[in-house]
Design a protein around this ligand. Structure first.
Ligand code: HEC
Length: 205
């Protein structure tokens, strides 16, 4: 094969690549620009959140279905972010957890500094207490979650991990990383675990 054929081939390959990639790249960058423009009143500390971390990049790239090696890397990296309570006790106060589960407060552009503590917003995606009529269904129902698991300590720990960083259990999980993102504190997460897992909680009545 002579050189000019190779050159023509290479140019054609580049042209095809540009043709295929450019519209998508342009679409992504205009979406990024629109989101950035809408964050002008946001707390400056939030700006870092406009940049995807390694896990988010991988999940976007593989459309939430990463190959096993990538999924394993995500699970290991995210697990390393989990901070456990110093005394190892993951069960806090279920009554406080009940209030937190109902609260969707936090991260509001209009409330800087915030007026109240951030909430867990669990009902946006889950059913928990049967008495609560309004709940989302993006996540599975958690009704009787602790009771169904015989209130086992290992399951309580798993719930703590799930709330702290769901990507440590499911690579590209659809639940937010409420502890790893510093949206909720260790104490708040303990209270939420108690709401899901303790026998006295209305979730398990
Ligand atoms: C934006 C939606 C969303 C919010 C908010 C959310 N979750 Fe989830 N959660 C999910 C989804 C979806 C799953 C299923 C697995 C996945 O894709 O992450 C899940 C899974 C779970 C599981 C594991 C269920 C199982 O199958 O064993 C628990 C426990 C849980 N969530 C608790 C909570 C608690 C407590 C809160 C509030 C602090 C909360 N979630 C907030 C979407 C959400």
């Amino acid at each position: 094969m002579n050189r000019s054929i190779l050159l023509v081939g290479a140019i054609a390959a580049i042209a095809v690549a540009v043709f295929l990639l450019f519209p998508r790249a342009q679409g992504v960058s205009s979406v990024d620009a629109a989101i950035k423009a809408s964050w002008t009143t946001a707390d400056r500390e939030w700006l870092a959140r406009l940049i995807q971390d390694e896990t988010q990049k991988a999940c976007s790239h593989y459309r939430n279905a990463p190959p096993k090696a990538v999924a394993d890397a995500i699970l290991a990296r995210e697990r390393a972010t989990i901070v456990y309570p110093a005394d190892g006790n993951v069960l806090g106060d279920w009554k406080k957890g009940q209030v937190l589960a109902q609260s969707g407060y936090g991260g509001r552009f209009t409330d800087i500094p915030p007026r109240a503590e951030n909430g867990g917003n669990c009902y946006a995606c889950h059913q928990l207490d049967a008495a609560e009529l309004s709940f989302g269904t993006l996540g599975p129902s958690l009704l009787a979650y602790g009771k169904d698991r015989k209130f086992a300590a290992a399951d309580a720990k798993a719930v703590y991990e799930r709330i702290y960083n769901p990507q440590a259990t499911i690579a590209c999980a659809n639940m937010p990383r409420l502890g790893a993102s510093k949206f909720l504190t260790v104490e708040q997460i303990k209270d939420l675990v108690a709401f899901v897992m303790s026998p006295e909680s209305p979730v398990n009545q």
